[in-house]
Design a protein around this ligand. Structure first.
Ligand code: PEP
Length: 253
């Protein structure tokens, strides 16, 4: 089965509404003719509505960076799936390592968030990945197994293929360190095998992205890996030239 690659930019907590609109306005005409790749942006809450409105009718997919699992309730400071769909947001990034390590995101919460997002009609990008210590101690597969199994436990098997999983070695995020092609392929294939444990057919549909210091100079090698269906891009997604170069590399992969 062929899976259309997705290049998703994660803007994190960067930029004003005006900067967000300017960035997408600069990128979209440059990639308009590239049909064999999808582009998404994970936008701060404050700029979601503006980016949705200014890109309506384009192929850009607009994602939020987090979401609560409940549809509403006494959860001060949180945003729900119905609130995102009311904005016409396309999807949501869940379980980013910064949410896990800095804000106490748990696999138990993700187990509720992932199906809540799907049920609301949101496309999910679920992040998983090991720390440097876990890799050095030979615990990478144990960590990935735990995250994938736990976070997807309540997703009906026939919907597993709708989820995009971003494999992001935490030691490579924002550090300039990149997994070797062999490390990345081993982990991406392992994640696909974990989905295949529930359904081989769904595992063939599931998009698995690599994330962690993907840049124009290493994108082609990573995107060519057999189990790599795109990238989740942090730093380089804030720079128009760099993200366009990565999207072009994905279109050629
Ligand atoms: C990320 O934040 O998901 C990420 C991959 O960041 P960077 O590309 O900057 O390593």
């Amino acid at each position: 089965m062929s899976r259309t690659p997705l290049i998703a930019g994660n803007w994190k907590m960067h930029g004003t509404i005006e900067e967000a609109e300017e960035r997408v306005a600069a990128v979209l005409p440059r990639i308009a003719t590239l049909e064999s790749v999808e582009h998404g942006v994970c936008v701060p809450f404050t700029a979601l509505q503006a980016v949705v409105d200014s890109t309506r009718g384009s192929a850009l997919k607009v994602f939020a960076q987090n979401m609560h699992y409940a549809p509403d309730g006494a959860f001060t400071g949180e945003i729900s799936a119905p609130m995102l769909t009311e904005l016409d947001v396309h999807g949501v990034l869940l379980g980013h390592s910064e949410r896990r390590t800095l804000f106490g995101e748990t696999d138990k919460a993700l187990q509720l968030k992932v199906p809540a997002a799907l049920d609301a009609g949101l496309e999910v990008i679920l992040c998983v990945g090991e720390t440097e210590d876990e890799r050095e101690n030979g615990d990478t597969e144990r960590r990935l197994r735990h995250q994938v199994q736990e976070d997807l436990e309540k997703v009906p098997t026939e919907r597993l293929g709708e989820i995009t999983i971003a494999y992001e070695p935490i030691w490579a995020i924002g550090t300039g360190k990149v997994a070797t092609a062999e490390q990345a392929q081993d982990a991406l294939a392992f994640v696909r095998a974990l989905v295949a444990d529930r359904s081989k057919e769904q595992a063939e549909r599931t998009r698995i992205l690599y994330g962690g210091s993907m840049k124009p100079d290493n994108a082609a090698e990573l995107l060519a890996l057999p189990d790599c269906d795109g990238g989740l891009i942090g730093g380089a997604s804030l720079d128009v030239e760099q993200i366009v170069a990565i999207i072009e590399a994905a279109a050629r992969s």
